[in-house]
Unconditional design. Structure first.
Length: 277
């Protein structure tokens, strides 16, 4: 009954979740001897929103899932080793349904140079509802906070990006970072162990919930890394690894509304050097 009430409340707030959103990312930069870049990501969305699983697009030539409703994506890579992923800021009072779809930002970042993306964000970020965008070459990632108009380079270490400011530490962010550090410190890096980090359903203590403009009940539902409810929840997880030889491995799990795996994909490619113009 509680889940029913919570998901009905979420549906009544559907305007705030209008576009496909990657809701949490954990990134390890130069923390593992074999993999200088490790990315773990979950996409949370309404289960009824039409979606295509990760695949190689024909135009542009990127590896990404696709939001079939708005046409963009939440996370992707290209063959030159550029990465982009989006999270929405949870600020429902500022949501404007007339602004552009944020999912196009990931496609744009993967279709242009880092310099052009920086310039576009400086000029056009206000055309979109609030967001964080992680982008750039896998070995030189940057993160842009559209609310603070702040761009930071991801230094060596562990990082998390969710639905608030880049320097926020929500309970699920702290929980995931701790778990990722444990996995990365192990003798062998196990893909299943990384997926386990992303499937943690532990919710936060009530007094630790962020204040983002939603009810406490909704904040509680959304406070876990892995969200399960009949109408809204974690639709997919992605694990991305790059080794020292420029070889990239991508693993994706897709889930139903009960949190069960219904599909999985793997992609492996070697980064191509960008052509000099």
């Amino acid at each position: 009954m509680l889940i029913f009430l919570l998901t009905n409340a979420l549906l009544s707030n559907a305007l705030f979740w209008k576009e496909a959103a990657m809701c949490i990312l954990f990134i390890a930069v130069k923390q593992h001897p074999d993999y200088p870049v490790i990315i773990c990501a979950n996409r949370d969305e309404f289960h009824q929103r039409p979606t295509q699983n990760m695949h190689w697009w024909t135009e542009p030539n990127i590896l990404a899932g696709k939001d079939l409703q708005a046409g963009g994506t939440w996370l992707g890579l290209n063959t030159e080793g550029n990465f982009a992923a989006l999270t929405h800021f949870r600020r429902p009072e500022n949501f404007d349904k007339n602004k552009r779809s944020r999912g196009e930002l990931v496609v744009r970042a993967l279709s242009n140079s880092t310099l052009k993306t920086k310039q576009y964000l400086a000029d056009k970020a206000t055309k979109y509802n609030d967001f964080n965008l992680v982008f750039g070459p896998l070995d030189n990632l940057q993160a842009f906070d559209s609310v603070k108009q702040k761009l930071v380079k991801l230094a060596p270490g562990f990082h998390s990006v969710s639905n608030g400011a880049l320097d926020d530490t929500w309970p699920k962010m702290a929980l995931g970072l701790k778990a990722l550090k444990t996995v990365v410190a192990g003798s062998n890096l196990e893909i299943d162990a990384l997926f386990s980090v992303m499937r943690n359903q532990a919710t936060a203590e009530q007094e630790s919930l962020p204040v983002t403009g939603l009810s406490q009940e909704l904040e509680m539902l959304l406070s876990s890394i892995f969200i399960v409810s009949p109408d809204y929840g974690t639709r997919s997880s992605a694990i991305i690894l790059q080794n020292h030889h420029g070889e990239v491995s991508v693993y994706e799990n897709n889930y139903n509304n009960k949190g069960k795996i219904i599909n999985n994909n793997q992609f492996h490619f070697t980064i191509k050097k960008a052509k000099q113009s």
